[in-house]
Design a protein around this ligand. Structure first.
Ligand code: EPZ
Length: 430
């Protein structure tokens, strides 16, 4: 099993190029099959989740042509099956976006029910509520969701929970329903807006994405498009907090600063200097970080996907900080791993109290999920001594060349596969 080995202590300094947003790309790749013409998508992140989604899309017969590791051409006219099997859903839940895409285009789809994951039970009741509101019959049997409709009709839908996935999935089906669909209490994340913009570039008629109400006038067919994925604000924020925790000076390039507003505000709260440019943000961290209170909320609130990263910075800050994780029920587990590096934390379900400590000491830790894994790497970069992070397959799902980008900033980190390589690293770094 691959691991990261890290020698901590170096401040991260320099510039790092941010890739395309994984969570926008997963939905956009699914939506690309809704036309029978060819769609070209670029600025894709070269990460495992994207490759699995492309396998799922070619698995139903769509034509997928990799132009390069960040660019793909998709043509949905060759789709022969409407059944997304469990293997894909097990690998990435987001393959459930094909449910909304295929239901919209073919008025039928069969997708394995996604299970929960390490951060929570991840129900999809709001997705199904939306499809039913559009007139689809939904049957759940043998671990599969079968959705079909003679006709999808526009509806007025109020989500009970603000859900990124449900907003995007139902928006895709509504894009090819008959008539007007109004969706309220929707998610407003940048990647929801990116999916709406992509669908509109194919001829859909979607207004209001990024606000509380999305209006969709269904169209009969969608057409070819060339589209570039927005930058990944979560990857950017991860490097920004790495600068904060290692007393560094890092500029993230190719970002949309507006998407980072709540992250920038918290970095300033904890004492970092932040400078915004048109498509870059610089974070300088000098002296002791300051404590603060964090509550994760739907966008534009503080993102749950940035919660572990600030948790690591707060564990090194002066004073007492608190984190309230209001989105997922099990997303504070990484703090127990951080405690093994010397952090002083108390967890009570979705609420954590963090007493800042002077330093972490390197240890062997395990990545419980994608963002927590990245956060533990940040902890290793800030720690004294050697840290080994297990289960880095989670991190590779969402971060392209993570260790290479950190090395370019002065981080002493390598991917290793066995004890021999660990020994070699230790001899090299002394
Ligand atoms: C997306 O997950 C992201 N994944 C997650 O990022 C991100 O953490 C999350 O949005 C919140 O921003 C992708 O985009 C692939 P939700 P999603 O539906 O859509 C509840 C990462 O690290 N809910 O917005 O599954 C749910 O339990 C990943 O990149 C229902 O109750 O999240 C949660 O409490 C991790 N019923 C809340 O809503 C539903 O039908 C928000 O979930 C759907 C969701």
């Amino acid at each position: 099993m691959e691991q990261y080995i890290i020698k901590g202590g170096n401040p991260l300094v320099g510039e790092v190029e941010i890739g395309g947003a994984k969570n926008a790309a997963l939905a956009i790749l699914a939506a690309a099959v809704m036309t029978d013409e060819t769609v070209l998508i670029d600025n894709l992140p070269d990460v495992n989740d994207i490759n699995v989604m492309l396998d799922a899309i070619s698995g139903i017969g769509a034509t997928v042509k990799r132009v390069d590791c960040h660019t793909v051409k998709i043509n949905g006219s060759t789709i022969g099956g409407l059944n997304i099997d469990y293997d894909f859903i097990k690998k990435i839940r987001a393959s459930y976006y094909l449910l909304g895409a295929l239901l919209g285009k073919y008025k039928r789809a069969e997708v394995a029910l996604p299970g929960g994951c390490n951060i929570g039970s991840r129900p999809i009741d709001q997705h199904l509520k939306g499809f039913r509101a559009l007139g689809a019959e939904i049957e759940i049997k043998n671990g599969k969701i079968v959705a079909e409709a003679d006709v999808l009709r526009g509806t007025h839908l109020y989500f009970d929970v603000v859900s990124v996935g449900a907003t995007i999935n139902v928006m895709m089906s509504a894009a090819m329903a008959d008539g007007l669909t109004v969706m309220e209490n929707v998610a407003k994340e940048p990647h929801v807006v990116d999916v709406a913009n992509f669908l509109n570039s194919m001829g859909a008629n979607i207004r209001g994405a990024g606000t509380d109400v999305i209006r969709i006038r269904g169209v009969k067919s969608l057409r070819k498009s060339e589209y570039s994925i927005i930058p990944d604000q979560i990857e950017a924020g991860t490097f920004m907090f790495a600068a904060a925790a290692t007393k560094g000076d890092v500029t993230v390039l190719n970002v949309i600063p507006k998407h980072l507003d709540s992250t920038i505000s918290k970095l300033i709260d904890i004492g970092c200097e932040v400078e915004e440019f048109d498509d870059a943000v610089r974070v300088v961290s000098k002296g002791k970080l300051k404590c603060t209170q964090v509550k994760t909320l739907p966008y534009p609130g503080y993102p749950t996907d940035m919660q572990p990263q600030i948790g690591v910075a707060l564990a090194l800050a002066g004073g007492t900080s608190t984190i309230t994780e209001s989105i997922f029920e099990n997303r504070l587990k990484y703090l127990s791993e951080l405690a093994r590096m010397g952090a002083n934390v108390k967890i009570d379900r979705s609420f954590a109290t963090i007493e800042g400590v002077r330093k972490f000491s390197g240890a062997r830790v395990s990545a419980p999920d994608l963002r927590a894994g990245a956060a533990l790497v940040i902890a290793g970069l800030a720690a004294e001594g050697i840290t080994i992070v297990d289960d880095i397959v989670y991190i590779q799902r969402g971060y392209e060349n993570f260790e290479g980008k950190l090395r370019s900033l002065g981080g002493v980190i390598e991917r290793v596969v066995d004890a021999k390589e660990i020994q070699k690293f230790k001899l090299k770094v002394g």
